[in-house]
Design a protein around this ligand. Structure first.
Ligand code: CU
Length: 267
């Protein structure tokens, strides 16, 4: 069935402004959006024609007296059943298998040396908590929250000494990324449209979302959940760069943070 839609060169999602895809899994999501949109186009045309037909067929001039028997044909019932069947195929044949493939994929991603970053939403911006060169996050105690977007790292946990927090999200290309999405106030949503991925950010929870960027790029990342008066300004920058450039940034920031933590601990 997928091939039927692949042969249709026209992509309604692209036509409506869906930006170019930059993630390995993104084409499957784009494909599903196209299938659903084609289905909506067919429904729109079908129901509009049916509506126009009923306007003409049951016009007052030709039907001065109300019919007490109503429509005798079962055509509309058959149409309704047809619509339900197509919707069931979309849900059971596309949406649920795609979702299952995605969730089952997590174990594979864990074995492929992913980059892990905590994405922390707050009114109204994002912060990014990196584990540092030891690749271990410091222990998180959310009751320590002292400012908006606080990573809440327990200060005397040595694993957290080289952790650092960045205002921008920088990740390497061609390597899986697991973003642990969270919030320090209300519900937000971390949404990266060019990567075809988003997740709600709940206070008190780190929710993993993962993807593999396949090209170097820079894009804006937005909040996809109405979260207050400054919601529209809740935009930050994400950069996908070479592994070397990422390593340089990562080790530099990690070193600075460690030096600072050691100094603070010595006081
Ligand atoms: Cu928001």
């Amino acid at each position: 069935m997928q091939n039927i839609f692949n042969t249709l060169a026209f992509s309604p999602a692209e036509w409506m402004g869906l930006p170019k895809n930059y993630s390995v899994h993104g084409d499957a999501v784009g494909h599903m959006i196209d299938v659903v949109t084609w289905f909506m186009i067919v429904l729109f045309i079908g129901w509009t024609l049916f509506f126009l037909y009923t306007l003409v067929r049951f016009r007052a001039k030709k039907n001065p007296k109300a019919s007490y028997y109503g429509v005798q044909s079962h055509l509309s019932t058959h149409l309704e059943v047809g619509v339900v069947i197509v919707e069931a195929v979309l849900l059971l044949g596309f949406a649920i298998p795609l979702w299952s493939e995605r969730t089952d994929d997590f174990d594979r991603v864990l074995n492929e040396d992913p980059v892990r970053v905590r994405a922390i939403g707050f009114q109204f911006n994002w912060k990014f908590h990196y584990a540092g060169t030891d690749e271990k996050f410091g222990y998180i105690d959310r009751t320590l929250v002292s400012s908006k977007g606080d990573a809440c790292i327990v200060p005397d946990d040595k694993n957290g000494f080289d952790d650092f927090v960045s205002d921008k999200l920088r990740i390497p290309v061609d390597r899986p990324v697991i973003l642990q999405v969270t919030s320090t106030d209300v519900i937000h949503n971390f949404s990266i449209i060019p990567m075809r991925i988003q997740s709600d950010a709940f206070p008190g929870k780190d929710i993993p979302m993962w993807f593999t960027p396949k090209e170097e790029m820079e894009t804006s990342v937005v909040c996809g959940q109405l979260c207050g008066a400054g919601h529209a300004n809740m935009v930050t920058i994400m950069t996908v760069e070479s592994q070397e450039s990422f390593d340089a940034f990562h080790s530099q920031r990690s070193k600075e943070s460690k030096a600072e933590s050691v100094k603070t601990a010595a006081k």
